[in-house]
Design a protein around this ligand. Structure first.
Ligand code: NDP
Length: 344
């Protein structure tokens, strides 16, 4: 029997070891890539709530990924001067506040991806989020997709948004001190905003497309009793002037019964015809109220463990930048605690 030399005898064994080493290394790499392709936290929405959540999550070393959505920056990106956000004694422009928050989130390692989310599967963890051609997996999810103010849908209104056309009386009422302004809508929001705006405006004309109102009796009565508010029904606004001067000077209105048109001078138009929370994607998975707002418990928790909601997507009551930011902070803290509890 020919004995193998020790060197030769050792070779097959060494080859086997080599293969095993390579195999183990490959498994490690695949595992590493797998673990690292699953995000710890994905934030849907980049308004005040989403960006605040990102700042907190990033500072907690969670490397958040923010998916921008249809309206990057949210409602603040559409407004002009913000005077009620603490820390800015001279006010700050909405887009600037958003840009600063974005930079602050980036500074601590937040990744941003543009594009709207098209589907989310929350039936098991990691959750799956599809945005455009990309599919992401994540251990936790913060939904800060906001609520979009309904608009009249006329071209001039879009051009003058933030230049005399507004969707937020609390934010912009102050700029119309002593002016004549218009509020559009027939629901509680319109009544509330019209009443609030009489604190500043000389006169508020409330324009509604029907003679009947959707608003609750108490809100309607309060508005009717206010001598600074004049009701104009049934009318719709067909045009807001003047796009060229970038300021609101007058509107063309139409009587919906006679179809007669006329013009009305004004310095501002507050569109108060409701909001639509951006929650269609989550129907059937997350609990919502009858208007589509996500319902939360214990702060930002939804009915699915590991999924949190922040900002206007779950708040139709306050709808302020500062309350959205506060709830974004709460969502990030809860996400961090959730991840800590479920650490593999
Ligand atoms: P609503 O849906 O109740 O009312 C929207 C109003 O805008 C309706 O009168 C509607 O007219 C009108 N409208 C809708 N689209 C157009 C359009 N394209 N052109 C002209 N007019 C239009 O929304 P709200 O935001 O007022 O209220 C939402 C919910 O929030 C309600 O449940 C309300 O009670 C609640 N709320 C409560 C408050 C409070 O209690 N303090 C304050 C604010 C809101 P039409 O009636 O003809 O459809």
């Amino acid at each position: 029997m020919v004995q193998k030399s020790p060197a030769l005898a050792g070779r097959p064994r060494n080859d086997t070891m080599g293969c095993l080493d390579w195999f183990a290394a490959l498994v490690c790499i695949i595992q590493y890539l797998g673990e690292n392709s699953v995000h710890k936290v994905i934030i849907i929405g980049s308004g005040c709530a989403g960006l605040t959540a990102a700042i907190y999550a990033a500072r907690a070393d969670l490397n958040p990924l923010v998916l921008d959505g249809y309206e990057p920056g949210g409602q603040l990106a559409l407004t002009t001067m913000v005077e009620n956000f603490p820390g800015f004694p001279d006010g700050i422009l909405g887009p600037e506040l958003i840009e600063n928050s974005r930079k602050q989130a980036q500074r601590f390692g937040t990744e941003f991806q543009s594009g709207a989310v098209t589907s989310v599967d929350m039936s098991r963890r990691p959750f799956t989020v599809v945005a455009g051609k990309e599919t992401y997996e994540t251990e936790s999810l913060i939904i800060a997709a906001g609520a979009s103010a309904r608009m009249l849908g006329i071209e001039s209104e879009r051009h003058l948004l933030g230049h005399g056309v507004s969707t937020c009386a609390t934010c912009d009422g102050f700029f119309f001190r002593g002016k004549d302004i218009i509020v559009v809508g027939g629901g509680d929001t319109a009544m509330e905003e019209a009443t609030f705006l009489t604190k500043f405006a000389k006169k508020v004309t409330l324009i509604h497309r029907r003679n009947e109102f959707r608003a609750t009796k108490i809100m309607l009565d309060r508005a009717r009793a206010n001598e600074k508010i004049e009701f104009l029904t049934p009318y719709v606004i067909e045009e807001v002037h003047d796009v060229n001067s970038k300021s609101v000077e007058k509107v063309r209105i139409r009587d919906t019964e006679s179809n007669a048109t006329s013009e009305l001078e004004t310095s501002g138009v507050f569109v108060a015809i409701g909001h639509d929370p951006n929650t269609k994607l989550f129907k059937g998975q997350l609990d919502m109220d009858e208007n589509g707002y996500l319902t939360t418990h214990d702060g930002p928790k939804t009915n699915i463990e590991g999924v949190f909601a922040a900002g206007d997507v779950q708040d139709h009551h306050y709808r302020q930048a500062i309350t959205a930011a506060g709830s974004g902070c709460m969502a990030a803290i809860e996400a961090e605690r959730f991840l800590e509890r479920h650490k593999g």
